[in-house]
Design a protein around this ligand. Structure first.
Ligand code: AMP
Length: 406
């Protein structure tokens, strides 16, 4: 399979060549011809599958002769600021190769709205936006969406998870009904499928990555430790393992700050990464981490969403994720591009049952380990709430078991 066989223009073929893409990824091979044919698309694809280019290329090819002032012909909705920036930049990078310059505007919240509105003067051919900020900009009459011919929803599951459901409906109401829709999502829970069903007309379904699986080159460790001893253990592992760079997942924003602070005080360059910080601060932290000036990034799931950091050797689950899918998302951030990766989970007495559920969902056991000097002293309370795996109700058996314990 080659890019040339997908129906892309010469300019875009030159662009993919310059980017060093030798062959289309499976999602690109499946989605690009469908999108170029003007059909609606429902695609299941993960971050890292090449899904961005799978819609960026056909969207750019579909931009018709640029009118003056420019009319917005394509709209890409994404759940986070980082993803907006990443997708927008990919779009601009590829658009540079087009004969006629296509203008891409990127809109997201958490920063001043004025520069974004100024940048919209004279219009934009493509807009990449988070829903909330997009609505604000429209409300200020800085953007008109009545010429949109193509709508892309990227990471639709996260769009809904991030609580954008109402905003999404309000954005949809601003668009012409006759348009092409391309919907990408890692998962299709009922809410996403309902959105897709309400949105798509006779879509082509492309299913590349159904249940995400952990690539074999990730080495998983589950270390038993008391909750109160996790930060000292983390320090110990960072120092002993001489980890050059690690992404540490915690459950709350408070824990983000707390753990990062403790590591800094111990002389380990670390920073918290969550939605409370200003966009400028987040961008700076990410740049420092990428440049190797920060050794450890402490993040929540939402905070870390969509960050594409290559060469991430270690991921730590300081707090376990809520679901098995999040577990795979988290540890999938290591070992990208064929590299070897290490995923370490801290298991407290209260986490054991929950971790077992995560293991069960993946049909795999991770041997429990103990580190000398950090052995746990707490034991699990029988029948203690596990938190459960999100999206999974207790089975009849679970309920009987719980009743028996009572
Ligand atoms: P995405 O799933 O869109 O986040 O893309 C993941 C990474 O794969 C990005 O760094 C892209 O630059 C890269 N990529 C996308 N398409 C290709 C391709 N056909 N060949 C090689 N790398 C690609």
């Amino acid at each position: 399979m080659t890019f040339a066989s997908l129906g892309l223009s010469h300019a875009l073929l030159r662009a993919v060549g310059e980017l060093g893409y030798e062959a289309p990824t499976p999602i690109q091979a499946a989605a690009i011809p469908v999108a170029l044919a003007g059909r609606d698309l429902q695609a299941s694809a993960e971050t890292g599958s090449g899904k961005t280019a799978a819609f960026v290329l056909p969207v750019l090819q579909g931009i018709e002769a640029v009118a003056r002032p420019r009319r917005t012909q394509a709209l890409v909705l994404v759940p986070t600021r980082e993803l907006a920036a990443q997708v927008g930049e990919s779009m601009r990078e590829i658009a540079r190769f087009l004969a006629e310059p296509v203008k891409v505007s990127i809109l997201y919240g958490g920063v001043s709205i004025n520069p974004q509105m100024m940048a919209l003067r004279g219009g934009a051919d493509v807009v990449v936006a988070t829903p909330g900020r997009l609505l604000d900009v429209v409300a200020q009459n800085a953007l008109n969406l009545t010429s949109v011919r193509c709508l892309v929803l990227d990471e639709a599951d996260r769009l809904l998870e991030a609580g954008f459901s109402d905003e999404l409906q309000r954005v949809l109401a601003l668009l012409p009904t006759a348009r092409q829709n391309l919907l990408f999502s890692a998962t299709f829970p009922a809410a996403v499928q309902a959105l897709a069903d309400g949105l798509l007309r006779d879509p082509v379904r492309v299913d590349i990555a159904r249940e995400p699986e952990v690539p074999a080159r990730i080495e998983e460790h589950a270390i038993e430790v008391d909750a109160a001893r996790r930060t000292p253990l983390l320090r110990h592992l960072i120092e002993k393992g001489a980890w050059s760079r690690a992404l540490v997942f915690v459950a709350t924003r408070y824990a983000c700050d707390h753990v990062a602070d403790k590591l800094c005080k111990a002389g380990i360059p670390a920073a918290a990464f969550h939605g409370d910080a200003s966009q400028g601060a987040r961008t700076r932290v990410l740049a420092d981490f990428k440049a190797g000036q920060l050794q450890v990034l402490v993040a929540t799931d939402l905070g870390a969403r969509g960050i594409d950091i290559s060469q991430l050797p270690v991921v730590v689950n300081y707090d376990l994720p809520r679901s098995a899918t999040d577990y795979v998302h988290r540890i999938g951030r290591t070992a990208r591009a064929g590299a070897q990766g290490l995923a370490v989970s801290f298991i407290g007495a209260q986490d054991e049952a929950h971790f077992r559920l995560i293991e069960k969902r993946q049909s795999r056991r991770v041997p429990r380990e103990r580190i000398e000097g950090y052995e746990p002293t707490e034991t699990a309370v029988p029948g203690a709430a596990t938190g459960g795996v999100k999206g999974k109700r207790p089975s009849k058996k679970d309920k009987l078991r719980a009743a028996g314990l009572r």
